[in-house]
Ligand binder design. Sequence first.
Ligand code: TRP
Length: 447
Amino acid sequence: MKKREQFSGNLTVILAMAGSAIGLGNIWRFPYIVGEYGGAAFIIVYFLACIFIALPIFFAETVIGRRGGMDTFGSMKRLAPGSSWYKVGLLTVISPIIILSYYSVVGGWSIHYLLKSFGVAFGQETGHFGEFISSVEAPLLAHTVFIALVAAVVLAGVKKGIEKFTKITMPILFVLILVTVVYSLTLPGAGRGVDYLVKPDFSKLSGEALMAAVGQAFFSLSLGVGTVLTYASYMRKKDNIFLSGVGTAGFDLLFALMAGFAVMPAVFAAGLSPSSGPGVVFETLPFIFGKMGSDAAWITICVSGVFFLAVLMAALTSAISMLEVGVAYLVEEKHIKRSRSVLYLVLFAWAVGLLCSLSFGPLSGVHILGDTIFDFLDKLCSNWLMPFGGLLFTIFVGWKMPSADVLDEFSNGGDKPLNVRIYPVVRILIRYIAPIGIVLIFLNSIL
Ligand code: TRP
C-alpha cells in the first residue's frame, strides 16, 4: 500500500488546522454576529464557549484521527472494531460537502468584490450587493472559479497542495488583515467602534446569544464534521495534540478579533448600525472605504482590494479542508483515485452550490421548511449536523474509548508531561461539559 502522506511538523499542523479554522466564519460571520449580539459581552461569552465546548471537541477529534490514522470511517473502524461507530463517517462525508457547496458561493462573492475593488467587473456589471447576489451569471461564474481553485489545491495532495498553499497564504493573510485594521482604526470616528468591541454591556446578553456563541465556535473551528479528524490523521506521532488545539484556537480567535477591529470601527465611523447583518462585510465595507477613506483614491482601492484578497484567501484554505475530508474517504475506503475523488465531489458541490446561488435570485421562491435553499442548508449543517457530529465524537472519546488509550494519545505515551497533568481536566470537559453544552443547543433549536 502507498504510504500515507503526513504534515511535516507541529507548526505545519497548526498552520493547516488554523487554515481550515480561519475562514469566512472569522472574517465575514464573526463581525456581524458580534454586531447582532451586542459587542464586547458577546466576545467574552464566545471565548468561554471556545474553551469549554469547542476545544474539548477539537481534542476528541484529534485523538480519534491521529490514533486511527485514516479517514473517519477507517479511524473509527480501527478504534472500535466490530461496532457500528464507523457509521459516524457517513455524517462526516456528507456534511463538509454540503457546507462546501454554499461556502463556495460566498467565496465566489469575495472574488467578485476583489475584482470590483480594482474596477474589474466579473461577468455582467452589477450595482449593489443585493442586486449582485440575486443576479444569475456573475455569482455563478464566481462560484465556479472559487471551487475550481479549491479543487486544484486538493488535487495536488496533502503536502504539495494543502500544506504548501496554507504555508504561503496564512502569513500573507495576517499582514493583509493587519493593514485593514490599521486603516480602519485611523478613520475619523473609529473610536466608538473600538469601545463597542472592548467595553462589555452584559445586559444585552440573552440565552440566544449564548447559543449563537457556541454555534459560532463550532463553525469557526470546523468542528463536528471530521475536518479536524482528517487533518489530525496526517499528524506525526510525535506532534503535540494539546499544543495543536490551543494554537489553532488561539490563531482562530486572533483572526476573528482582528476582523472585528477591521470592520466595526469602519461601521461606526460611517455612522451605520453594527447589527446590519450578513451584508456588513460585502456591502458596507466597500462603501465605507470608498466614501470615508483618504482623499487619494488609490489608497481606498488598495485597502478594499487587500481586504477582499484576505477574505478570499481565508475562504480558500477553509474550503480545501472541507473537500479533503470527502477525498480522504473516497481514496481510502472506496479506493478511488485522488483525481477522480476530487472531480466527483467537486461536481456534486458545484451543482448544489448552483442551487444555493440561485436561491438568492430566480429560486428565491423555493423554500424548504420555510427557508431558502441556502439558508436551509446552512441551518441544517450549523444547527444540526455539526453539533450532532461533535456530540458523537465526545461520547466516543469520553465514554467508549478506554481512558488509558485517550491519555496515551493525548500525551504521546506520557512523553508530554504538561498534557498528562492537564488530562483530568480535559477528560471532564470531554465527558460532561461539552456534550451537555451541545444537548443544550439542540434543546434551544427545538424549542
Ligand atoms: N471554519 C471555517 C470558517 O470559519 C469553515 C470551515 C472549514 C468549516 N471547514 C469546516 C465549517 C468544516 C464547518 C465544517 O470559515
